[in-house]
Ligand binder design. Structure first.
Ligand code: NAD
Length: 367
């Protein structure tokens, strides 16, 4: 079978990893990489033994499929050139900067028949793949996705940059529409929110509290899921999960305590054997798997076989629709409970005081 002719557009922080992995696949011929930063394109091309281009359009006649890892605000402009010609695209998350652009890309792919996959890489986290093996219906979800400041992706805010991963996961897991939401965001550096919190209420009664920051002193990516079937605690970064499920003994004890009241002996049994006898725990540690390799492998397989990608363009579009609702709430959030006061992520209220004894003067920074 002929190898799939592929290219990577945008070989910065993430795209260079796409190129490295695609170059290692035996069923792919990496025909080139494109980046407006020609020095970067040349360095990556040399490492991957392929050609460097500054204008991605020159790759159009040469490829069957591309991965796109340019800044989010450029996803649409790059992707339309390939999708309208029926060339398969794996576009990094988030699919596009706005809902209108996401709709346009999904429509184009539908009309041209091109495979469109979105880089929601957390779906390929082995812990999430493990979770998918079990049937459960989440009723409460809590997620924290905290990143250190990297200086990248400042063309978008933290909702589109980081929270988007958890939004995609909760939409996927809950499978019920979001009925209402409350959101707040704080902007530290520029036009967009750098920290955000949202509370989502789903049609099936599930509640989800999601927090994201890109100015945290330490990175952390965790989620807790409570369901009638049990409880799951996930550390995405460490690729570890703990599954906790009530045993038959706890069900029996609950019956006894509900009908006959709390017998002190039973309370001692419960206290001594909570984890183990009453709550069964299974811990999984799946550190050795590389998510990006799984994700790109899935894309190559879908292009070669016509199979449906794990994260479709429509799913990428739906998560942007939810992110857009959240951003709208953040923009309208009234810090003092009324639209007459400060509103939105940028106009944080004037501080009433200082946590520190002295408030250092502003430094001279480049204008
Ligand atoms: N899936 C994930 O977990 C994840 C992680 C990081 C970034 N991303 C996404 O990947 C994308 C890229 O992020 P990054 O951190 O690699 O950014 P980056 O700034 O490091 O890289 C972007 C590259 O695109 C190049 N570029 C800009 N305009 C171009 C054009 N018209 N043609 C060709 N190249 C062009 C830039 O020169 C740069 O080298 C973003 O959409 C981001 O949200 C996803």
């Amino acid at each position: 079978m002929p190898r799939l002719r592929m290219a990577v557009i945008g070989v910065g922080h993430l795209g260079k990893e796409h190129a490295r992995i695609l170059a290692s696949f035996s069923d792919v011929e990496l025909v080139g990489v494109a980046d407006v930063n020609m020095e970067q394109a040349r360095a990556v091309a040399a490492r991957c033994q392929t050609q460097a281009y500054s204008d991605f359009r020159r790759l159009i006649p040469l490829v069957d499929a591309v991965t796109i890892a340019v800044p989010t605000t450029l996803h649409r402009d790059v992707a339309v050139e390939f999708l309208r010609r029926g060339i398969a695209c794996m576009i990094e998350k988030p699919l596009a900067a706005t809902l209108e652009e996401a709709d346009e890309l999904v429509d184009l792919a539908r009309h041209s028949g091109a495979v469109l996959q979105v880089g929601h890489i957390e779906r390929f986290n082995p812990v999430v793949l493990e979770l998918e093996k079990h049937r459960f219906q989440p009723k409460f979800i809590e997620a924290h996705r905290l990143g250190t400041f990297t200086g990248r992706s400042l063309d978008i805010g933290v909702v589109m940059d980081l929270m988007i991963h958890d939004l995609d996961l909760v939409i996927h897991m809950v499978g019920s529409p979001v009925q209402s939401l409350q959101a707040v965001g704080v902007s530290l550096f520029g036009r967009h929110e750098d920290m955000a919190h949202v509370r989502l209420t789903f049609g099936d009664g599930c509640l989800a509290n999601l927090s994201a920051s890109r100015a945290s002193p330490r990175p952390s990516r965790r989620m807790k899921i409570f369901a009638p079937e049990g409880y799951v605690s996930i550390d995405f970064q460490q690729r570890r999960a703990a599954f906790v499920q009530p045993t038959q003994s706890v069900r029996r004890l609950r019956e006894i305590m509900t009908t006959r009241g709390c017998d002190p002996i039973n309370v001692i049994h419960l206290k001594d054997g909570l984890y183990g006898r009453f709550l069964q725990v299974r811990e999984v540690d799946l550190q050795a798997v590389d998510q990006l390799t799984l994700e790109l492998g899935d894309f190559v397989r879908c292009v070669a076989t016509g199979a449906r990608p794990k994260v479709t363009g429509e799913q990428g579009r739906d998560v942007i629709a939810l992110a857009s609702r959240i951003l709208d709430h953040i923009r309208r959030h009234a810090w003092e409970g009324s639209a007459c006061g400060p509103v939105g992520p940028v106009q944080i209220p004037a501080p009433l005081g200082s946590f520190f004894d002295e408030f250092p003067p502003a430094e001279d920074l480049a204008a």
